[in-house]
Design a protein around this ligand. Structure first.
Ligand SMILES: [Zn+2]
Length: 154
């Protein structure tokens, strides 16, 4: 008898789909896929809303009007996580994107070890200058400006 896939959790269904012998059980495979499709359509609205909110993450640009905000601008160098666009005055959040930081960090660290460090050492500079440079570049390049989620705007 075919298992009652409707009573399975989504994780169980995905697991079943991975493990099933699709050639031997084409009907069951189809049922699992259909059940998964239904689950995908019935995502709780609360969850969906949070995901749907578009933060419009920008790289040194206002997430509202998309005008450029310079790296050395007063807005960018003001304290605090919440900043205001000098063009449209809308508030936005400035945050370090961990994903961006990681993506930049790895090649830079390699470059530092292979290129900067030997050069700096040959010039009798401290090798820490290279490391400090890497950190400064990673931090400034991984900042992202994004719209504030609705619940934080009062
Ligand atoms: Zn703006």
């Amino acid at each position: 008898m075919e298992p009652d896939y409707a009573s399975y959790s989504t994780t169980d269904l995905e697991d079943a789909l991975r493990k099933i012998d699709q050639a031997t059980y084409p009907e069951r495979t189809k049922h699992i896929q259909e059940e998964l499709k239904i689950r995908a359509q019935t995502v709780p609205t609360g969850e969906k809303k949070a995901e749907d909110f578009d933060t419009n993450e920008q790289f040194y640009k206002c997430p509202h009007c998309e005008k450029k905000i310079g790296f050395f601008s007063r807005t960018n160098n003001s304290f605090g996580r919440i900043k205001h666009c000098p063009h449209c005055q809308q508030p936005f959040e400035s945050k370090i994107s961990a994903k961006a930081a990681t993506a930049i960090l790895i090649p830079l660290v390699l470059m530092n070890l292979l290129v900067f460090r030997p050069v700096l050492e040959s010039l009798a500079f401290s090798k820490f200058i290279g490391t400090a440079f890497v950190i400064a570049v990673v931090i400034s390049a991984s900042f992202r400006f994004r719209k504030l989620p609705p619940q934080t705007v009062n």
